[in-house]
Design a binder for this molecule. Structure first.
Ligand code: IMP
Ligand code: MG
Length: 193
């Protein structure tokens, strides 16, 4: 059994497909940054935490990781583009090669904000790696230097991506077919005190 209701979730990208693509992305990044100097992976919280964990282990280079959290006002399904910094990096990125690690680029507004913000801090280079991209939703053009998968315009959950802040720990990428929250009723709390 699982905490999510598998009958209400269509698998879009399986665990195996995710892992083999991420390994290949890590190999490519390793080749590109070999011998280039300090590399910092900037994880965009919260959605990218699993991708960062797997991608960083697929990169065979000395590197550091740092975390940034931004919030964009919007509804459950899409951001408004009004972005606010919630948690900033803990170290300077000046003169370092910076790779922003993002879970999904949808309208592109969050990434545009991040690129403009981080660029002012004088990194040696600034690039973007995103696990997913919904090209049909783009409101602004951002260059994605390394991309895992292009996906259709559907709301996806799992592998870090949330719905109502849950489902991040579902181990694959899926589409919620239920129109509601696809939890397994057997896992709902029945505690009465
Ligand atoms: P953008 O500014 O529209 O590109 O927004 C990107 C952010 O919106 C992502 O970092 C996610 O937090 C969220 N988002 C966009 N599409 C999805 C989705 O299909 N599932 C879950 N979160 C999404
Ligand atoms: Mg995100």
């Amino acid at each position: 059994m699982t905490f999510y209701d598998q009958s209400k979730i269509e698998t879009l990208i399986s665990q195996e497909t995710l892992q083999s693509r991420i390994k290949a992305m890590g190999t490519q990044i390793t080749q590109d940054y070999l011998g280039q100097g300090d590399l910092v992976l900037v994880c965009v919280l919260k959605g990218s935490y699993l991708f960062l964990a797997d991608l960083s282990r697929a990169i065979d280079l000395p590197l550091t990781v740092d975390f940034i959290s931004v919030s964009s006002y919007g509804n459950d399904y899409e951001s408004s583009g009004v972005v606010r910094m919630v948690h900033d990096l803990s170290h300077s990125i000046e003169n370092k090669h910076v790779l922003i690690v993002e879970d999904i680029i949808d309208t592109g507004l969050t990434m545009s904000y991040l690129l403009a913000n981080l660029q002012t801090r004088k990194p040696k280079s600034l690039k973007v790696v995103s696990l997913l991209h919904k090209p049909s939703k783009a409101k602004t053009q951002v260059q994605i230097d390394y991309l895992g998968f292009e996906i259709p315009d559907r709301f996806v959950i799992g592998y870090g991506l949330d719905f109502h802040n849950q489902f991040r720990n579902m181990p694959y990428i899926g589409v919620n077919l239920s129109g509601d929250i696809p939890l397994n009723p057997a896992y709902l709390s029945t505690k009465t005190e």
